[in-house]
Ligand binder design. Structure first.
Ligand SMILES: [Zn+2]
Length: 248
């Protein structure tokens, strides 16, 4: 997510030129994709210029490409220390991701992103409250992120807890935020937390309802979406396959 170090790229080109002379290959200089000429290497964080020239749709495309790199084991070779240094004086993330607490859904890793590329809010069941909405408004309206992404996932324990009506301390109130997704899910079959298909269907509904909540409770984000400055999108991550499926 961001252009690589220029000297590195130049070296790479020089090396290709050398090889082409030495071996008689024809050189086709690759045209770098906007966000990620990073497909193979990355030496710094996303710059303001790189982030600002992306459209919201391009940011989503880059997230899809990053997830594909992750799924296929072709992650960018990354220098975290360089990313830490280049982002220390400022951050220009392209997306704010509202994801689940689940330890198996670390957004930066499954999107093959680096330090400074993504804002992340994580809470069990990827639900919103005022503080998370405020964080998303900061990310988009103040900092300039182009996409607000709600990221649900399969086999979500919080969704199972909501289905099972779990009562436990402060968790009870959190699960109550997920519960509207239960009656809103049309499903033929056993409606139980033991039915993985049902759990995932409710999780998917939950993502859709959270998207509606964001638009309803944040006039700021709704307006940014209406005027095309940002996209508000949802996605489901499959724990078994590693695939992120964008659901709108
Ligand atoms: Zn979860």
């Amino acid at each position: 997510m961001g252009c690589g170090d220029k000297s590195f790229n130049k070296q790479a080109v020089d090396r290709r030129s050398f090889l082409s002379v030495a071996l008689g290959w024809s050189v086709i200089t690759p045209i770098a994709p906007l966000f990620a000429q990073l497909a193979t290497s990355r030496n710094g964080s996303l710059s303001k210029e790189e982030r600002d020239r992306l459209t919201p749709s391009q940011v989503i495309e880059e997230l899809k490409k990053g997830n594909e790199r992750f799924r296929t084991g072709k992650m960018v070779s990354r220098d975290y220390r360089a990313e830490q240094r280049t982002s220390a004086s400022g951050q220009y993330p392209a997306v704010v991701i509202l994801g689940c607490l689940d330890s198996r859904v670390p957004a930066e890793i499954i999107f093959d992103a680096g330090i400074g590329d993504t804002f992340n809010g994580r809470v069990a069941g990827n639900v919103v409250n005022d503080d998370l909405l405020g964080s998303m408004e900061f990310a988009c309206a103040v900092s300039g992120a182009k996409v607000a992404l709600v990221l649900g996932h399969t086999a979500c324990g919080a969704v199972k807890g909501a289905i099972d009506d779990v009562v436990l301390g402060n968790l009870t109130g959190l699960l109550a935020r997920i519960k509207p997704a239960i009656p809103a899910t049309k499903f033929d079959g056993e409606k139980s937390s033991k039915n993985a298909e049902y759990v995932d269907a409710v999780a998917r509904t939950n993502v859709s309802l959270v998207l509606l909540e964001i638009r309803r409770r944040s006039p700021i984000l709704e307006e940014l979406e209406k005027n095309g400055t940002i996209k508000i999108a949802g996605a489901m991550y499959d724990l078994a396959t590693g695939l992120v499926d964008f659901v709108g």
